[in-house]
Write a protein that binds this ligand. Structure first.
Ligand SMILES: O=C(O)C1=C[C@@H](OP(=O)(O)O)[C@@H](O)[C@H](O)C1
Ligand SMILES: C=C(OP(=O)(O)O)C(=O)O
Length: 431
C-alpha cells in the first residue's frame, strides 16, 4: 500500500554528505527511443531508475518482443477487446516520444496515461504527426490522450510547422524519429521556443548516434540517415541535484558531493549551479564530479530569475527563495500550469502555509516573504507531483516537524530521494 506521508526533521543544521544521483530521466528517455529505432546499434550506460524511464523502457521492450501483457510500475501494456493499450501513467516524455514512435513505425495501439495525463495537451504534436502522414484518432477529448494509432504510416510531407511555446517535448518527439523518416524532416518553429535546452539535448544525443542536423533561424532540418553503432552514457540528473542545492542553501554549513555531474552538461537544469550562486552556494567541478558548498553569500532581492529554459527548477528555486525570506521575481513560468499539476497554484497554496505569497503580474511572479514564519509542525500536499514533494522537503531544516503527503510521488524522477535524505542526516517517520 502507498505510504500516506513522511514526517521529516533534522536536528543538525549542517549537511555533509556524498550522494550518487540516478541518471537523467530526460537523457534516458531520448536514449531509449534512439535505441529502439536503431534496431540494436545503440547501447545505453547508466539508464535512470526513474519510474518514467522504467515505464518507457518496459513499453518499448514489450513492443519489440511482441509481448501483449506486462506491467511496469504505474505503466502497463494490455490487450483488451482486440486492442493493444499502452498506459504510460504520468510520464510526459513517454507520452510524447512514444506518440511519435508509434506513429512513424506504424504500430497499431492505443496510448493512454494517468487522469492528469488526459488533461495535458497533445494536439500540437498529433497535428504535426498527422501532417507527416500518421493516422491518429482521439479516444477521449479532442487534443488530449488517449490516442489511437493505426498501422498504416506513409510519409506525406516533410515540412512541418510547430508552435514552440507550449512544450518542447513535441519538437523533441518529432526530431527523435526524423532520421527514420524516408524524406527526413524540416521543422519550422513558430513563435517563441520554450525549454530550448531540451531541444538542444535531443539534437546532441542524435549526434552521438551519428545523426547530423542543421538549425538555421527557426528551422531545424534532419535528413533520412542511418544510425551508427554507439554507446550513450547517461549523466546523473541535474534536476535531482537541484534539491541538494536547496538543502545546502538552507543549511548553516554544507559540503555535498554529487559524483559524475559534469560542467558541460546536456541538461539545461545544470544552470542551477550558476543560479544558486545568488543563494551563497559555490560549485566546484572535480575529476569525480561536483562539490557544492555553502558560503556566506548575500541575498539580492532585485534579481529576476527567467526560468523559460529550465522550468523543472522553478519549484526548487521558488521554495528555497521563500524559505530564505528573499522577495525574488520570476518569469518564464507559463508552462508550469500544464505539468504534473498546476504548479503555480500548488506553490501558491503550499507557500501560503509559511506566510509567503506568490503573485502574478503580467508574466512576472513576485514572492512576498514579509509574513514568512516557520510553524512547529506543517503538512505539505504534493498534488501527484514529485517536484512538489522534493522542493518542499528541504524546509525540514527550518521546521521541526515537516509532513510531506504521498511521498511515493518522488519515484517519477528520483526514486531514492528519501533514502538519500536519510544518508544526509534527515530523520524520516513514515505513516
Ligand atoms: O524533453 C524533456 O525531457 C523535458 C522537457 C520539459 O518539458 P516542456 O518542454 O514541456 O517544458 C521538462 O519540463 C520535462 O520535465 C522534461
Ligand atoms: C514536467 C515533468 O515531466 P514530464 O513533462 O515528462 O511529465 C517533470 O519531470 O517535472
Amino acid at each position: 500500500m502507498a505510504e500516506k506521508s513522511n514526517i521529516l526533521s533534522k536536528s543538525e543544521p549542517d549537511t555533509f554528505c556524498k550522494i550518487q544521483l540516478t541518471g537523467s530521466k530526460s537523457e534516458s528517455n531520448r536514449a531509449l527511443i534512439l535505441k529502439a529505432l536503431s534496431k540494436g546499434k545503440v547501447a545505453i550506460n547508466n539508464l535512470s531508475s526513474a519510474d518514467d524511464t522504467v515505464i518507457l523502457n518496459g513499453v518499448l521492450e514489450a513492443f519489440e518482443k511482441g509481448i501483449n501483457e506486462a506491467s511496469f510500475g504505474t505503466g502497463s501494456l494490455k490487450h483488451l477487446d482486440g486492442q493493444l493499450t499502452a498506459n504510460i501513467g504520468p510520464a510526459g516524455t513517454a507520452m510524447r516520444f512514444l506518440s511519435a514512435y508509434l506513429a512513424v513505425t506504424g504500430t497499431e495501439a492505443q496510448l493512454t496515461g494517468s487522469d492528469r495525463m488526459k488533461q495535458r495537451p497533445i494536439g500540437i504534436l498529433v497535428d504535426a504527426l498527422s501532417t507527416l502522414g500518421a493516422n491518429i484518432n482521439y479516444d477521449g477529448e479532442e487534443g488530449y490522450p488517449p490516442l489511437k494509432f493505426s498501422p498504416d504510416f506513409k510519409q506525406k510531407a516533410n515540412v512541418i510547422h510547430i508552435q514552440g511555446n507550449v512544450s518542447s517535448q513535441y519538437l523533441s518527439a518529432l526530431l527523435l524519429v526524423s532520421p527514420y523518416l524516408r524524406n527526413g524532416l524540416e521543422l519550422h518553429i513558430d513563435g517563441e521556443l520554450t525549454s530550448r535546452p531540451y531541444v538542444e539535448m535531443t539534437l546532441s544525443m542524435l549526434k552521438e548516434v551519428g545523426i547530423e542536423h542543421s538549425w538555421t533561424g527557426s528551422i531545424i532540418t534532419i535528413a533520412h540517415q542511418p544510425f551508427i553503432n554507439a554507446q550513450i552514457t547517461i549523466e546523473p540528473d541535474w534536476s535531482a541535484a537541484s534539491y541538494w542545492y536547496a538543502i545546502a542553501a538552507l543549511s548553516d554549513n554544507a559540503t555535498i558531493t554529487l559524483p559524475y555531474l559534469k560542467k558541460n552538461s546536456l541538461q539545461g537544469d545544470s544552470r542551477i549551479a550558476s543560479i544558486m550562486q545568488s543563494f551563497g552556494i559555490k560549485s566546484t567541478f572535480t575529476e569525480s564530479g561536483l562539490m557544492i558548498e555553502k558560503t556566506k553569500g548575500r541575498l539580492d532581492d532585485s534579481i529576476i530569475f527567467d526560468l523559460r529554459d529550465c522550468p523543472d527548477l522553478a519549484q526548487t528555486i521558488i521554495v528555497c527563495s521563500a524559505a530564505l525570506g528573499n522577495d525574488a521575481t520570476f518569469t518564464g513560468l507559463e508552462t508550469l500550469k500544464i505539468k504534473e499539476t498546476d504548479r503555480i497554484l500548488a506553490l501558491q497554496t503550499e507557500l501560503a502555509k509559511i506566510g509567503v505569497t506568490l503573485s502574478e503580474e503580467y508574466s512576472f511572479y513576485h514572492l512576498d516573504c514579509s509574513k514568512l514564519h516557520f510553524p512547529e509542525k506543517l503538512t505539505i500536499k504534493t498534488y501527484e507531483d514529485h517536484r512538489m514533494a522534493m522542493a518542499f522537503a528541504p524546509l525540514a531544516l527550518k521546521i521541526p516537524q515537516l509532513e510531506i503527503e504521498d511521498p511515493q510521488v518522488v519515484g517519477k524522477s528520483y526514486p531514492t530521494f528519501w533514502d538519500d535524505l536519510l544518508k544526509a542526516g534527515f530523520h524520516i517517520n513514515t505513516n
